[in-house]
Design a protein around this ligand. Sequence first.
Ligand code: SAM
Length: 447
Amino acid sequence: MVNLPSGYTDTHEYAHDIIAFMHEPLAVQITGGIHVNDAFIYDAWANLPSEWTAWWGTLSSAQEAQKDLINSLRKEPQARDQDLPGRPASLSQWLEHIRNLSLDREQLVLPEEFSEIEVPEVLASRMVTKKLAEVRAGARYINHVCKSYGFTRVVDIGSGQGYLSLTLAAVCGLRVLAIDGSSKQIDGSRAAARQAGLVEGDQITHLTRFVTSTDEIGAEIETWAAGEKCLLTGLHACGSLSEHMIRLSTTVPCITHLAVVGCCYNHISPLSQINSLGFPISSFMRINKLKLSTSALITGCQAPTNWTHKPDSLFGRKYWYRAVLEKLLYDKKLVSQGPRPVWGIRTCDLKDFEAYATRALHSLKLEVGKDVVKEEIAEYEEKYQGRAAETAILWTLSVLLCRIVESVIALDRVFFLQEAGLENIDVLPIFNYQESPRNLMIVASRG
Ligand SMILES: C[S@@+](CC[C@H](N)C(=O)[O-])C[C@H]1O[C@@H](n2cnc3c(N)ncnc32)[C@H](O)[C@@H]1O
């Protein structure tokens, strides 16, 4: 039974409310209906509730508003003491709604009978602190399940450098099949396994496979399992990989337990005419026509409460510059169709708008002095000078729904597993959210 937000006892009722919230015009707008980059083209600010924008206009800075919005996500009661006075009641209610609709992220305290995992130095020294904490928590849970059900095999998909796989093999005595789509990752994992003295083909087996559908990899897993039951896991199985794994857990006979943590929701492939396996995967979400834009999925990858607040940061400036530039390109009919080249913004590009625009135009193969003249760049900077707060607040609003988006994705996965007849389905906040915001582990078992 999934630990639902307080006030809910029925998963489907909760899901209906969260879908309805995500489909409200305001949520649709701020999660991509009008992208922050297009804020000045479509006047996104004017589309927000006027009493909110009027109030934000009375604050001393955009950062004050941003801090208040981000603080509003914190669930602990004392966080309310830091809410800004004078905030419109309708905004406070909306923020409360966001808090109340999100699945709890407070790290699960595992009972004492789940043995602690001490990772040997030869493996621990390869991991950063965050990864080590994730591996210890994940392995602790997986080891307990395996020991409780008396099986000895684990399949780790998206195993990367093998941090979890090797720990399970070396510390927990489990036989692990480590699968990753990248041969470089598998090579790194193999080398580390050798260093740790693990026997390839026995304690650990590596396989380079890019998992896209269930059939072939399912057969390979069956062969490796040699008739034994296995737990399927993946720590931060990105994008649709988590969904592929969830499907595998419902179709491959030897896989009887699942424990998967997702991430990079922006890499989830949506359901379409050519992709019948796309998101959402559950019949419930499909029947209820859940729709999340790519921007909304990107929102699911954010964790604004973990941002360190730097009032003078250049970071906020880039949204404003980008929106001004988009307006300039739009007005001059210079917006080309198709994907834009990717250009990494450097700190020096944010020195002033002219520096930013010059580099961006260059990457778009447009010429300053020909396609756009310097005077126009200066004119647009001047014109939108007073509106930097708008893009800063719009950006913050867009990421505010991060936990709701992640909750919807988790629910979709839960429903898919329920619909396939799996049992003991749960969503466990397995890691410390402050260290590892992608901390929801979907677990389930079969037969
Ligand atoms: C975010 S990393 C996590 C790695 C590892 N589980 C960890 O916690 O350190 C995701 C890994 O999944 C692999 N991967 C992504 N999509 C995959 C796919 N469809 N099939 C197999 N591996 C995939 C990547 O190569 C990468 O090593």
